[in-house]
Structure formats: C-alpha cells, structure tokens
Design a protein. Structure first.
Length: 291
C-alpha cells in the first residue's frame, strides 16, 4: 500500500474544548511529566559514502523507536513506532512511491539520493535527493538517522546540511522550551501528537492510527510554530515578523502554565501548580475517552 506523509485528520475538525468539558485528572504519563524540553537525539545509525539502503531494508538505531524504511514501493519513509504489531505513524517521506525496487544511496559527492531500481550515479534514474552535493572539503559525509526520528545529511555543498526536522519532543510543553516547528512530535503510551508539515496539529491514537483531534490549521501559507507563552496560552502562530496566532487554547492569564500529552489520550493545559492527580486544568482536547 502506498504511504503518503502528513495526511489530514481523518475525523472532522474538532473545536477547542471549553473548560467545562475537562475531565477528572488522569494518571501521570509514563514519561516523567515533570520534565520539559526534548531528551535529545539518542543513538544514530549512519550511511557513509557508498553505502545504500536497499528496497525493503530499514535503519532502526534502537528497537522500538522510530525507523527509516526504504519501502518496496520505492518510498523512503520515517515512521514513529506504536504498540507491538500495531500501526506505525508516518512522520516524513520522500514521496517516491510507485517505484518498486528503488533504493537510497549516500554518494561520495555528499548527495543522498533515492534511485530507481536500475538507476545509479552513472545511469541516472534519480527520484529524489537532498541536494547536498558539491566540492567542499568535508571530513564527515553521512546520512544519520536518530532515535528521535530525525534524518540528517551532512554533504559537501556550501549549504551542506539537510534535515527532515522530525525531532521527537517531550510530552510536556513549557514556556521555557523552544517552539515546535512543523515535523516535531511527541508520544504518550496511547497517542502521538504531531505538528504536521501542512501546519495541522493532530493527535493520532496508537491502536489504529486514527486521528482523534486536530487544530484545524492545515494549509496555512506560512509555517506555524507551537509555543506555550509565558502567560499560559498555548498557541499556534505564524513564523516570521507578524507572528499571527492561528489557534490558541484560550488559557492566558496563567503564568507558568504548561501543556501535557497524557497516557489517557488527553492533551491538557494545566496551571503551574496543577497536573494529573492535582487538578488545575485550564483547557483540554477532550480525547480522554477516545483511545
């Protein structure tokens, strides 16, 4: 089956849930909700110059964490891995499906290329490339796939670095964190939350991959960033000079508030001293009963 990246929410767009529909505090997340920021890239699997990822093969730095798969249909896809035997969530793809037997090659010239089955550097047949080729004297040329689901390519061109920018973030979003940019994602025991490349913030449940909540912000002309503001409002705003807000939780006036993706499937904004088992919910996605 063809894999297409960043599908829109499969359910109708859901409106932000009012405070009156907040649910009793849920159990704490399996990942320590008291932390903020990302935990870092973790382990990596590298393709050095001349190495290739053949059709049907994948890179998995750590079992149970994201994988980079060169699919039989020719699509190079990054997946977030869910429950054992369950669906995986596509985070990024090269869009080269429909080319059975295609493979990915880390070339000596610094370019990372997906070729048709019978293609190659001296034959043509390139389907997709990072464009990082060139003559710059770079001592470390590679395609590196990290545990957090991000693929980085170090090439030889002047603008020698390329990335899918699909880094995993922590389940807790704080005002002290860097903003989420399109491609960033988080996972709880039951759900994934992804700021998609189409600018839609979507929650998918792990048991069947179905979308259960969306910000409805897909298709915006400028890239959107997700940020917890100092005043406690969780916002999706345009990147750039104007920083126009396209969606927000409406929880301003609560300095130190934070957002938490819970194991019960609810995405909740809490007061600074609130949390699972404590109360203090200011806004929620209302998805606690949908996982």
């Amino acid at each position: 089956m063809r894999t297409r990246l960043l599908r829109r929410a499969l359910t109708p767009l859901l409106a932000a849930c009012a405070v009156t529909c907040l649910v009793p505090a849920a159990t704490a997340s399996a990942t320590d909700p008291g932390q903020c920021m990302t935990s870092g890239g973790g382990r990596t699997s590298d393709l050095r110059p001349g190495q290739r990822l053949d059709s049907g093969a994948s890179l998995v730095p750590t079992p149970g964490k994201p994988e980079l798969a060169m699919q039989d249909d020719g699509n190079l896809v990054i997946y977030a891995v869910g429950n054992p035997g369950g669906p995986r969530l596509p985070l990024w793809s090269s869009g080269t499906y429909g080319n059975p037997g295609a493979y990915a090659l880390m070339q000596d010239d610094g370019n990372f290329v997906v070729y048709k089955r019978d293609g190659g550097p001296d034959k043509g047949g390139a389907l997709w490339a990072t464009g990082t080729y060139g003559n710059r004297n770079t001592t470390y040329v590679s395609a590196s796939f990290r545990d957090d689901g991000q693929l980085n390519v170090t090439g030889r061109r002047e603008d020698w670095y390329w990335s899918t920018e699909t880094s995993e973030r922590h389940v807790r979003v704080c005002s002290t964190d860097m903003s989420w940019t399109p491609g960033f994602w988080a996972r709880s025991a039951t759900a994934w939350l992804v700021l998609q490349k189409d600018n839609n913030l979507v929650m998918y449940r792990k048991r069947d991959g179905k979308a259960i909540w969306s910000s409805g912000t897909y298709g915006n002309r400028n890239a959107l960033n997700l940020q917890m503001k100092d005043n406690g409002d969780l916002v999706l705003r345009e990147d750039g000079r104007n920083q126009t807000v396209r969606w927000h939780s409406g929880s301003a006036g609560n300095n130190g508030a934070y957002a938490l993706l819970q194991d019960d499937g609810n995405f909740v904004v809490y007061k600074a001293d609130g949390g699972p088992g404590k109360g203090g919910a200011l806004w929620a996605s209302g998805t606690y009963n949908k996982v």
